[in-house]
Design a protein. Sequence first.
Length: 469
Amino acid sequence: MGDRIRESWNTRLGFVLAAVGSAVGLGNIRRFPFQVGEEGGAVFLVVYLCFVILIGFPAMLVELSVGRKTNRNPVGALKMFGGGAWMYVGGLFVVMVFVIFAYYSVVSGWVLRYFFDSFTGAYTEDPAEYFVEISTGLDALFFHAVFAAVAIAIVALGVQRGIELAVKVMVPSIVVLVVGLAVYAFTLEGASAAYAYYLTPDAEVVLSNWHLVLPAAAGQAFFTLSLGMGVMITYSSYIDEDRNLSKDAGMVVSLDTLIAFVAGLIVLPILFTVSDGPSTVSGAGTVFVSLAGAFADLPYGSLVGAIFFGILALAALSSAISILEVAVSYLIDEADVSRFKAAVSVGFVAFLLGVPVTYNLVFIDLLDILAAEILLVAGSLLLMVLVAWLGTDKAIEELKKGIGDLGWMGTTWVWLIRVPVVVVLVVSLYLGFVDYAEFLREDFADFLVGEIRQLQEEPTRVSPIAYFF
């Protein structure tokens, strides 16, 4: 690294809001309420909260302690913390940036499109057909480019003038808007039935579907906190004071979980008001079909739709900038590249990798399952092993700063990582490989067969780019 002074957060609030903004992404507002519907309502919620406490919080402390101790990007941090070979695990986090941002930006582009179209009601007449029309092709490519450009611009401005300033506006706005929509949802006809489903656990669901509920809840609890992709290592590396990391982690976990919980108080009453509730919940794109159609039948539906998709857009952007920052910090620290060049280079490459997603939605699953269920889990597992089994003393020493003697709490934290966290990640990684193999064997294979047949029928169609025209 050259003589460039490493950036830092201007305030403690800036760091906390940035970490919360990273965690509160599309997974909280778009995915979580629908998972609750698919996995049994209140039972999933209870199991999810248990995993947040037992898995998510300890794992977050791991990443925060490694980042602050080393003051480096994930590659440099793991090299310093565990030795030279561990830098390749940090490299895995950097690779994930490009894989995740590629499809995340495209989906976020859809959110932007829906936000603007809320004012005209364009998606309410035939939500399913509308989604088919805008989810691929030139429209999807354009909004993918717009979203990526905004994220790149914020990261290029720097930690204080870009990321910190942006999250100080976005995160409080998300909180206010989410609470406002929850109050509105409380007035809907289906609210009582939705709350009963959401807040009254049914033990039979766990007994009959434990093999589905437990992995889903564990995965959501871990991944919704932006763990396993190097974000928290990177963000905590900009902390320049010895403050209580457990308190910071507690604030981030609490706010993230609270927003996810309140999102359920919004989405489920809407679904129960216009339909039979969770029976409409299926598939990752459901939010763009079920809810888009529901807004047409709600009081002040256009305004509600605009606010909802506005929240999604802010949440998506706050997460996207954290994803980009991981690779940008790597180039700045390890290659002494200027922040502007690093942000533009990383963002442009990630944008190009997202272009195939705008051609066919099968590429979303191709990238999403690979990143979320394999790469991210593998990287997380290795990081937990490093800290809990090989670098325990270093981690405990870092956590003591701002706290003092940890006593039994330090021992409990270490063993939570060594056993429950590692076990959950091992099982999740196995299930991830099984899921990805099934996807490649069935869905992706069907896509390739279809493409080959189409090329045989249309010999002049030599490139997928022809699809856009």
